[in-house]
Design a binder for this molecule. Sequence first.
Ligand code: BEZ
Length: 258
Amino acid sequence: MSQPTDAAWDATRYDHQHAYITRYGLEVVELLSPRTGERVLDVGCGTGHLTAEIAARGAEVTGIDASAEMIAEARRHHPGLAFEVADAASYRTDRPFDAVFSSAALHWMKPPEAVAAAIGGALRPGGRLVAEMGGRGNVLAFRTAIAAARAAAGLPGDPERHIWFFPGVEEYTELLARHGLAVTEAALFDRPTPIDGGRDGLRNWLEMFAGSFFADVDAETRPRIYEDVERRLEPERFRDGAWNADYVRLRFTAVRAA
Ligand code: BEZ
């Protein structure tokens, strides 16, 4: 998980309030199907729980993340594993990996061309990439409500701020191909996801993940804008005591040309 430009991750809070991210990531670990002894790079490893799952299946795994806070937490939880603070876009290794894995992280990493080039360079010929990320249309309801609340508060500028990269199947397939990675399977699918934290869940999500949208808003005004976002989303996205994020996932496997 790469770090937003204007806010450090609160790694403990990330773990406590967003456990569903690890839960869903386990499906991607299953898809990776790590084999005993193979070398795996976990790109955007966050607090390292999926890295540990990969290691538990017998692989020799290295987790990288741009956030020093996340890596510190990963090392604290999993002291026996290898973690490095590293930006995926400039990552280089002289010992290419058998597989690269990534879950819920690539949409934070920019520029995407540099990230794809680095992943291609980190794989041995014939090595595989198995990943899931936010795909085209991801959190559109959330983004729309944030934009509307900003506009209603008279805040100027482009609310999208290009903080995320949510590609479709074709776009990402072409991008990977430019870096020697041939997609073998890809799917874009909806995954409406209840957010932990009950009524406070959306506010926690906004604070943790959407800080860049509010970097120009002072601390006194923010709660008022959060309330407006909640009011706009409530009819469609608050159900049975939980906020539902309109996540769209892009899941794929690719192979580096031999
Ligand atoms: C995602 O996993 O799709 C995501 C999480 C936080 C912010 C934006 C996207």
